[in-house]
Each structure stands twice: as C-alpha cells, then as structure tokens.
Design a protein around this ligand. Structure first.
Ligand code: EPZ
Length: 418
C-alpha cells in the first residue's frame, strides 16, 4: 500500500494550477462511445479514476491513446457491451458507461456497483429512467442486463436530482427517437460540461445547469475535440488546506462562479479573497472563525467539500455545525481526525466541531477519497509527523497531490508501503 508522510505545521504559500475536473471527465470519457469514431479530450486529469475508465473502454474494444493530460479515444471498433464486474466494483461511477453503451449499441450488461464508504450508493433512479426509455432490464445475482430495439425518448421526472442518473439519461437518449425531457435534473457544472461535449458531437441538448433538460434525439454523432472544465472540488480543497494552515495561495485555472458557496464560507471564516476571472487568491487570518455548513445539491454547498471543511474547522475558533444532507454515511473519516486531537461529535446528519489548537500527528488510514483528503489537511496542520495509509483512495481524485503540496511549502512524501 502507498502511504503519505507529512511533517505538519508549515503554512501553504504560493500558486497552484488546478487540474481538469474528475467528475466532468468521467461522463465525457464514457460519452466517447456514442460517436463510434474519434474523441480528442484535453485537460483530462491523469488520476486513478480516468485510468480505470480507459481500461474499461479498451475491454469494450476502444483504442485509447493517452499522453499526460490528453487522450484520443477511437470507439469505432467497440464489439463488447459488458462492463467487467471487477472493474465495476472498483469504480462505482463506471455505471455512467451503461447509458453510453445502451444509447449507442442498445444493449449493456453491468453489475450493481456496490456501496462505498460514503453510503449504499443505489442506482434505482438510473434503472427506473432506463425502463422509461423503453429499455428492458433483467437482473440475476447482481448482474443487470439491458436491451432495447430503439430508445424511445420520453418525459422523466427524477425523485432526487441525482448527478449520475441525470448524466445516464442524457447519454442514453441523445441517439434516441423523439425528445426526452428530464425534470428535477441535477444542476451541477459537470452536467453543463457534458451537454457542451455532446452538442459539440452534434447532439441537441438544452437546459443543463437548470432543473429541466431537453434532449432531442439525432441519428448520428460525429468526431469531436473538447477541453474538460477545471475541477471545482480540487480548487476548493487547496483553498481550504491553505486556510487551515494560515497561509496564502493563488489557485489558477479555475471558474470562480463554480465555487461561490465555498468562497462565501471561507470569507465568513475571515479569509481575505481576491476573485479574478479564472483565479482566486486567498489570505488566511491568524485564526479561522467557526462557521456552519449544510450540504445540498448544486447550487448549494457541495457534499464533496464537507469533509474538507470539517478538517479545516477543527482548528477554527469556536464551535461549527456541519450537516450532510446528500449521502447517508459520509462521516467515517472523522474518527481518524479525532485520533489526532480533533474534537468532533456526530449526531445523526450533523457533525459538531469544537475548534482546538492541539492537533498532533499519528498513524491513520484513509477511508474514502474526500475523507482521505480531509486527513491530509489535518496532517498539514498537525504538529510533528503523520503517516496516512490507503492513499490510493486519495490519488483517485487529486492529480500530482504530493508535487502540488510540496510546491506550496508542505513537507510531504509518498512511500510505497509493504
Ligand atoms: C456524483 O456522484 C459525484 N461523482 C460525487 O462525487 C458527488 O458527491 C455526487 O455526484 C453528488 O454531487 C461523480 O460525478 C463521478 P448522486 P453520484 O447520484 O452521481 C442517491 C467525489 O468525491 N441516489 O447525485 O453517485 C445517492 O445514494 C464523488 O468526487 C439514489 O438514491 O451522486 C446519494 O444519496 C463522491 N438512487 C444521492 O442520491 C440513485 O439511483 C446523490 O447521489 C442514484 C443516487
């Protein structure tokens, strides 16, 4: 297992270049199946999750040529429609491939993605939506097979504005017959990026970013080149890590409008911000002020920033309340922070955080992607050394994490453990 070793107590100072968005790249990589041709993608983050998607595409018959942050995908020779179970279980977000495979080839086989460390992660909204599109679904022992003669576009109202279900409906219906209208659609910026990508391919989609999305089916989609949007959660992560360590940072290559709720809370915590067109500068106060957070679907405060804020608020002055309203089990990481001296009480959906200055290093283990990143932030603040195990979780979503933090003055190293 790989470990991260951090000598804490250093202020983060300097510039950080934010990578392309993991959560925009994954559905767009899946969408490359739809044109049965070539898709050239730029500003793709070189992380575990994008590598996994390439592996699955190759299993299906795609030819994938990747350099650092560019990938060329040829989907003209796709001849398999089954997502391998082991890869599906390793990365639950690969369920997004189902919509693309069915949309193009009218059949797909995949397994239940299984839960992860932030909740059961059901896919009932995906499956119900597929059935509404005329897709016949049969299940046996955890395997799900989907078949249809054509995709019959229709009206779909989502019980919950699920990001993945919204994306899967867009992918499954853009080559369908007629028009699909999604109501109560997710409004995340990554959905807008997917719409822009699909329309660049020749799809006819409008409304992404609002809660009503319309997809008019077309006959064919063409070759495409596209630049992935910046990662709003990575941007928020570096701003919070800097705020926690009392430093100053300029986060470059970002879309400030995507992180308004995060910036508002950082200002409320007494950080000084200078917001540019495609950058944000932050100067931390001597000591952060406690703030209260409630996570909500976009444009509310993002659930992916919840653990990052909890870590930052463990050293704020005062008591903070954080309420997690999107996932049912997203506080697993807090027990590891408590072992470092953080004062956190979990009561139902709420974490009560009593700020302290006494955070000390110890050996801990990551439990999931964003919880693991919260541990890195705690380690940056802690006195002395912290060793974080199971960092494969963290490397799923943060490109060049050790290099970017080292460039900001952190004393951090990666160690391939036994
Ligand atoms: C996407 O996950 C993101 N992942 C998540 O980021 C993010 O936290 C989440 O959206 C919410 O913003 C990717 O984009 C790859 P949902 P997704 O469907 O699509 C329930 C990260 O750290 N639900 O909006 O899985 C579900 O259980 C990851 O980068 C159903 O009940 O999220 C959850 O409680 C973590 N039935 C809520 O909806 C369904 O069929 C939100 O899930 C689908 C979802």
């Amino acid at each position: 297992m790989q470990k991260i070793i951090v000598e804490g107590g250093k202020k983060l100072e300097g510039d950080v270049h934010i990578s392309g968005s993991k959560n925009a790249a994954l559905p767009i990589i899946a969408a490359s199946i739809l044109n049965g041709g070539t898709s050239k993608l730029y500003n793709v983050p070189n992380i575990h999750d994008t590598q996994m998607m390439y592996k699955i595409l190759e299993e299906l018959g795609c030819i994938v040529k990747k350099t650092k942050n560019k990938v060329i995908i040829d989907s003209s020779k796709v001849n398999k429609y089954e997502i391998p179970e082991n890869l599906m279980r390793e990365m639950r977000s690969s369920v997004i491939l189902a919509g693309a495979i069915i949309g193009k080839h009218h059949e797909a086989v995949f397994s239940y993605p299984g839960g992860c460390d932030i909740g059961t992660r059901p896919i009932d909204l995906h499956l119900k939506s597929f059935e509404k599109l005329g897709i016949i679904i049969s299940k046996n022992y955890g395997n799900i097979s989907c078949k249809c003669d054509t995709i019959e576009n229709t009206k779909i109202d989502l019980d919950f504005p699920s990001v993945g279900a919204t994306e899967n409906i867009m992918l499954a219906s853009c080559l369908g017959i007629g028009t699909t209208t999604i109501t109560n659609a997710a409004r995340e910026p990554e959905i807008i990026d997917l719409q822009n990508f699909l329309n660049r391919m020749g799809a006819k989609i409008t409304g992404a970013g609002t809660n009503i999305i319309e997809i008019i089916g077309v006959k064919k989609l063409k070759d495409v080149s596209y630049n992935i949007m910046p990662d709003r959660i990575e941007a928020g992560t570096y701003l919070c890590a800097t705020a926690a360590t009392g430093g100053r940072i300029k986060a470059l290559n970002i879309v400030p409008e995507h992180i308004t709720p995060i910036l508002n809370k950082l200002e409320e915590a007494n950080c000084k911000l200078n917001i540019g067109k495609n950058f944000v500068e932050l100067v931390a106060p001597r000591r952060l002020k406690a703030v209260n957070i409630k996570t909500m679907p976009y444009p509310g405060f993002p659930t992916d920033m919840q653990s990052i804020f909890v870590a930052m608020l463990t050293v704020a002055k005062g008591t903070s309340l954080v309420e997690e309203n999107v996932f049912e089990n997203r506080y697993k990481f807090t027990s590891e922070l408590e072992r470092m001296g953080a004062k956190i009480t979990i009561s139902g959906r709420t974490a009560i955080i009593e700020g302290t200055r006494r955070i000390h290093g110890t050996n801990i283990a990551a439990t999931d992607l964003r919880g693991g990143m919260a541990m890195v932030i705690e380690a940056l603040v802690a006195k002395k050394k912290t060793e974080i195990d199971n960092i494969h979780y963290i490397l799923r979503g943060y490109e060049n994490l050790d290099k970017k933090l080292t460039n900001l003055g952190a004393k951090i190293s990666l160690k391939v453990g036994e």
